[in-house]
Design a protein around this ligand. Structure first.
Ligand code: HEM
Length: 514
């Protein structure tokens, strides 16, 4: 009896809310006549089902019917989608100030993460302070040059462990195939660990490092899972998929581990235990930027900021490098040219150095071409509209969420010749770059919220990639050929390869791993 009563109460509550939303939806459409076009939606759910399992692909299809700017209602969230280079140029050049806020997923309200976040934080004084701090203390060319030895160390560790693991596998009579993304992820994780907290977190000596890695992996899963409460915010309190509860648990675990690093550092600093200053020291020493932030960063926020550098810097770089190698294996002629260029510039008897990278135009063209076809964040990170805005003749109401579909822009037949073909040559002798000024290629975004880690990413991806190719010949395992190599995607916090690249590396003769 009680069950029936509860069910009736829930159903009537749901139907009332649905009715309110439906009526509101109609009212909204009547008032705002000049909205961008878009497909008709369902009551309550709006266009949620139009997103499908790969939203960047479904939205790309909608472009051919509704044009490069469209408006969807995802549950109760108005969402504008920008899908051409021309519309993106207008968006970033003339309206960046209106669209520089973020919409944050509900799971990231766990432990007040969003309040300490640079990536999904609201546009305001804390965000501006943190953005300046990260840009100046982590990402300037000077700072990146000073930290070159960290990248060198971590890349060499990666090469060595691939070599050791292959040898061990062969000694056991196995093929010696390795799961490449695993090594790439560990390398990026260790680079960030060294930059931010001066630790080799995935060293066999560091037990907390492995626990941290596992907790972070789970956190990434919860962030990457579509959550009905993001579309129908009245369900937030119910947490219908249990995502926020899982997030509270796993983010809590990751926080605990970072808190222990921070505690240890605070103690070390008290007793004057000197070592090279890292980003954690910067956060602890900070007392204001003399502009609009005049106090220390609260302890809880320091922990979350450290966590965020791991989130944003690891999977993005490792996924991108995996896609590049997959494209090179699918296009053996391009792989041959990369090797040839490396042999000419680096030679066969030494390993690649970071300073070689700028002398490798074909390798850089390969990276651009892969970022065009496989941007790690195909819809960027969702923006939010700060104020009512007139955009390309359309009325965009305040609080509209915005996706910029860089995946669709990269495949736009009006911009790119032969857009579906992997052709790095299109970038040779071209001034098109991914730094946010050429709107046909914006895998790192553009404007005020452009990726803050772009220069680090560029160095890490180029150096890691060049080293992997110069040190090893990479072969597909016996079940795949270049033609049959599966390039399907897996949607999560980034768009990864569904089937991780399992490859057989053979150490190249005469190249040395020091
Ligand atoms: C290939 C690697 C990477 C790709 C493809 C990438 C891509 C992106 C994209 C698309 C955005 C959103 C930009 C926008 O909304 O306009 C972003 C933001 C961000 N990225 Fe990256 N990223 C990469 C590497 C990194 C690295 C290495 C770090 C730091 C260690 C980093 C830190 C951030 C942060 C903190 C933001 C938020 C910036 C803000 O909202 O102000 N990223 N990234």
């Amino acid at each position: 009896m009680e069950f029936i009563y509860d069910t009736l109460v829930w159903c009537s509550l749901f139907l009332s809310v649905a009715l309110i939303l439906l009526l509101n939806g109609k009212k909204w459409r009547n008032i705002n006549k000049n909205l961008p076009p878009g497909p008709p939606g369902w009551p309550v759910f709006g266009n949620m089902f139009d997103l499908g399992t790969a939203p960047h692909r479904s939205l790309y299809e909608l472009k051919f019917k509704y044009g490069p700017v469209l408006l969807l209602r995802l549950g109760s969230i108005n969402t504008m989608v920008v899908q051409s280079a021309k519309a993106a140029a207008e968006f970033f050049k003339n309206h960046d100030a209106s669209f520089c806020d973020r919409k944050s997923p509900d799971v990231l309200s766990a432990h007040n993460y969003e309040e300490a976040s640079l990536a999904i934080g609201r546009y305001g004084s804390f965000w501006r302070m943190l953005r300046r701090l990260c840009s100046v203390e982590l990402m300037t060319n000077k700072r990146l040059n000073e930290t070159a030895s960290i990248r060198l160390k971590c890349i060499n560790q990666m090469l060595r462990s691939i070599e050791d693991d292959v040898e061990a596998a062969k000694a056991r009579g196995e093929s010696g195939a390795v799961n490449l993304p695993h090594y790439l992820f560990l390398m990026s994780f260790n680079v960030i660990g060294n930059l931010v907290v001066s630790r080799d977190l995935l060293d066999s000596q560091c037990k907390e490092g492995h626990e941290f890695f596992e907790a972070m992996d789970k956190v990434a899963t919860w962030v990457g899972t579509p959550n009905i409460a993001d579309f129908l915010p009245f369900l937030k309190w119910l947490d219908p998929q249990g995502l926020k509860r899982s997030m509270l648990r796993d983010l809590g675990k990751a926080k605990e581990i970072v808190a222990s690093f921070v505690e240890e550092r605070i103690k070390d600093r008290k007793i004057g235990k000197e070592k090279t200053k890292d980003f954690l020291d910067t956060l602890l020493e900070f007392e204001g930027d003399g502009k609009e932030w005049h106090e220390k960063i609260p302890y809880e926020k320091v922990i979350l900021i450290v966590l965020e550098i791991f989130f944003t810097g690891t999977e993005t770089t490792s996924t991108t490098t995996e896609w590049i190698i997959a494209e090179l294996l699918k296009n053996p002629e391009a792989m041959r040219k990369v090797k040839e260029e490396l042999n000419e510039v680096v030679g066969e008897n030494r390993k690649v150095e970071e300073s070689d990278i700028e002398k490798l135009p074909y390798l850089q063209a390969v990276i651009k071409e892969t970022l065009r076809l496989h941007p790690a964040a195909p819809l960027l990170l969702p923006r939010n509209t700060i104020q009512n805005t007139n955009f390309m003749g359309y009325h965009i109401p305040k609080d509209t969420q915005v996706f910029v579909n860089v995946w669709a822009i990269g495949r736009d037949p009006d911009t790119w010749e032969d857009p579906f073909t992997f052709k790095p040559e299109r970038f040779l002798g071209s001034s098109i770059d991914y730094k946010g000024q050429n709107f046909e290629l914006i895998p790192f975004g553009s404007g005020r919220r452009i990726c803050v880690g772009i220069s680090l990413a560029q160095r890490l991806v180029s150096f890691g990639l060049a080293s992997l190719i110069h040190n090893f010949d990479w072969e597909l395992d016996k079940n795949s050929t270049p033609e049959s190599l599966d390039m399907s995607e897996r949607i999560g916090i980034t768009v990864r390869k569904l089937e991780p690249l399992n490859l057989i590396p053979t150490k190249r003769p005469r190249t040395m791993v020091v």
